[in-house]
Design a protein around this ligand. Sequence first.
Ligand code: PBG
Length: 326
Amino acid sequence: MGFPSSRPRRLRTTPALRRLVAETDLRPRHLVLPMFVREGASEPVPIASMPGVVQHTRDTLRKAAAEAVSAGVGGLMLFGVPAHKDASGSGAVDPDGVLNVALRDVRAEVGDATVVMADTCLDEFTDHGHCGVLDADGRVDNDATLAVYADMAVAQVEAGAHMLGPSGMMDGQVGVIREALDAAGHTDAAIFAYTAKYTSAFYGPFRDAVESSLQGDRKTYQQDGANVRESLRELALDLAEGADLVMVKPAMAYLDVLRAVAEVSDVPVGAYQVSGEYAMIEAAAANGWLERDRAILETLTGIRRAGADVVLTYWATEVAHRLAAE
Ligand code: PBG
């Protein structure tokens, strides 16, 4: 027999056949749009390292949120850029702080039509740029930070967040936030835990986006890229503490971690396609080095295939529009 009887190419013959047998689906509802809002801005401010992404004004944030909803985007993740920062990140717990004001605005705009999420982390609000408060020796103080996260979480839910994204990688953060929310009567507010968050060069453009004042690095609290077993330990802890969804971040350099987490998680799994992943493709496309639209869909499909139920991506609205038009 000179010819193979099993011919995988047979199922690739027509678009209809390929559609029929596609294993992985990418729909608008799978996508979450991260958004930035800048305190006091009267015009949206472009972010140089993230072409197409801006720091919103209160007004343009509402409009962009409404557009994301009309495209069918599954959720919005809000980050604030305060005008003033201090050592304890006090703007994070202030009901009139930029992020809490923005949550109120966005929730008033979209209601329950999408899931409104808030970044529950101090790095945008601290003058030293760390994700927590510092002890007398200048180290990030885990348990002192937890107390602030608890207050921040309650303030965010009272401002309108359906779901919180604690991204600081402090030990015990999910449990402390869950307890604080329950004690305040917010038992329906959900926690999207940043379970496996690695120290990454791919966060570079985000730090421009939030005008981070960080000196040094986050290696004592974010995970080491050499490790995968550690992510399963983080997963067990977050689930025990009450995480409703869990996340792996960044996405593309950690697809094996995503797969490992997705195989054992009994709650939905998200992946965050971070700022550097966005910048990389936009920069290559701007140089004419790859086909932008195809490359974007290929990465999102790959992240879904690796096991993500939900993908955070700065392309969420654009891609949702494209998918809806298919
Ligand atoms: C911390 C936070 C970061 C990102 C999301 N939440 C920055 C960091 O850990 O340094 C990065 C997201 C991105 O790069 O797109 N609040």
